[in-house]
Design a protein around this ligand. Structure first.
Ligand SMILES: Nc1ncnc2c1ncn2[C@@H]1O[C@H](COP(=O)(O)OP(=O)(O)OP(=O)(O)O)[C@@H](O)[C@H]1O
Length: 370
């Protein structure tokens, strides 16, 4: 019997605009393809040398889609699978200002504009409340990678750049983890949202010509989920994690007019995204023996999420305007590279948890074994 395989799902979300370049960007009527046409320019240029037409196949095109529609298409199934023991990763990639943070976290202005993270939190706690015999526990961490340094967004007191408290990526027997990163148990939706909000306020935000509130870092929000029977004589547990990643924006330095610190940040961002791309190319090649996970902090942290046993979804955020076509093309190329075939994820194995005094959730002494 052949091994079952699945693809990493690739969605593209087009930022709403009144200047959509209809003659250059054609969206497939089935919402599963995008064609790009670029007229040859006598001056040449990066995209104007030989090829003028491109066609990209996707798992879903999100155009004029509400936050709710995006969540339904991209995240809902992955989150319910997580409650059945499957790990899940959703990652937003794209040009600066194209809507990654809007997609992942959302806009605070209106409740209906909340993004994937708050909706995933809501789905988990809503499902947990509906499970009669299963107790769900959730823990949260929020990591930021800024200029190749790791920061704990939920423990700002440790200080940005404080040498004594540097976090490090470690390869452990249960996979990759970040040593020193705080992990917070949460028992209801509001508590989780509060942590998300706290982390958001600690992010590094910069301003440049394409985005007034530009995320200058990669941010990784992780929910560690554990499901166990409410029947205390049965200590079987099922563990999974959902990793939600808002990558820093790819950008051309000339376009954003960046200088000084912003320029330094941009070169770190671009370098780590290039390593991410190299990683994705290596993962997609079945003949490749060496997978370059350790090239950057981002690729190392994402080792399990991208290379491991995981449902993975990529959302590529693009602009619809002609002036951004070159970056749009490069983002779409990344999206289709990401669309590689991978092994079918399997649910994590249940394990037994010995509960000491205090009972489940109440300061129990915990021992893990498979
Ligand atoms: N689909 C959308 N609908 C409405 N507003 C949007 C949408 N996408 C993005 N925006 C708005 O555009 C602006 C830039 O978006 P956002 O900050 O999400 O971009 P980004 O890709 O995260 O950029 P960076 O990489 O610079 O952080 C924000 O004001 C955001 O609210």
């Amino acid at each position: 019997a052949g091994t079952k395989t699945r693809r990493v799902l690739a969605f593209v979300r087009v930022k709403p605009t009144s200047h959509f370049a209809q003659d250059m960007i054609k969206l497939g009527s089935d919402n599963k393809s995008i064609d790009i046409y670029i007229r040859k320019s006598p001056r040449g240029g990066i995209v104007n040398n030989t090829q003028t037409d491109w066609s990209f196949k996707l798992d879903g095109l999100l155009h004029n889609a509400s936050q709710e529609m995006v969540y339904e298409a991209v995240a809902k199934d992955l989150v319910s699978k997580a409650l059945q023991g499957y790990n899940g990763t959703i990652m937003c990639y794209g040009q600066t200002g194209a809507g990654k943070t809007y997609t992942m976290t959302g806009a605070a202005s209106e409740y209906r504009n909340r993004g994937i993270i708050p909706r995933a939190i809501q789905q988990i706690f809503k499902s947990a409340a509906e499970f009669l015999n299963i107790l769900v526990t959730v823990r949260i961490s929020y990591l930021e990678i800024y200029n190749e340094t790791l920061f704990d967004l939920l423990a700002p007191a440790l200080g940005r750049g404080c040498k004594d408290n540097q976090l490090t990526v470690m390869d452990g027997p249960q996979g990759v983890y970040v040593k020193g990163l705080s992990i917070h148990p949460v028992s209801h939706e509001e508590e989780a949202l509060h942590l998300l909000f706290e982390g958001e306020t600690n992010r590094v935000i910069g301003e440049h010509s394409l985005n007034k509130n530009s995320s200058r870092s990669h941010c990784i929000f992780t929910m560690f989920i554990e499901c166990r029977s409410r029947d205390y004589t049965n200590h079987k547990c099922l563990k999974s994690k959902i990793t939600l990643i808002d990558l820093a924006g790819s950008e051309r330095l000339s376009k954003t007019g960046s200088e000084g610190q912003v320029r330094i940040e941009a070169s770190y961002i671009n370098k780590s995204l290039t390593f991410l791309e190299q990683l994705v190319i290596a993962l997609a090649d079945p003949k490749r023996e060496h997978i370059p996970f350790r090239q950057s902090k981002l690729t190392h942290v994402l080792k399990d999420s991208l290379g491991g046993n995981c449902n993975t979804v990529l959302v590529t955020n693009i602009y619809g305007e002609a002036e951004h076509l070159e970056e749009t093309l490069s983002s779409l190329r990344f999206a289709t590279r990401m669309n590689w075939v991978t092994a079918e994820p399997v649910p994590n194995k249940p394990f037994y948890r010995e509960v000491g005094t205090g009972g489940p959730g109440g300061g129990a002494i915990l021992l893990y074994y498979n």
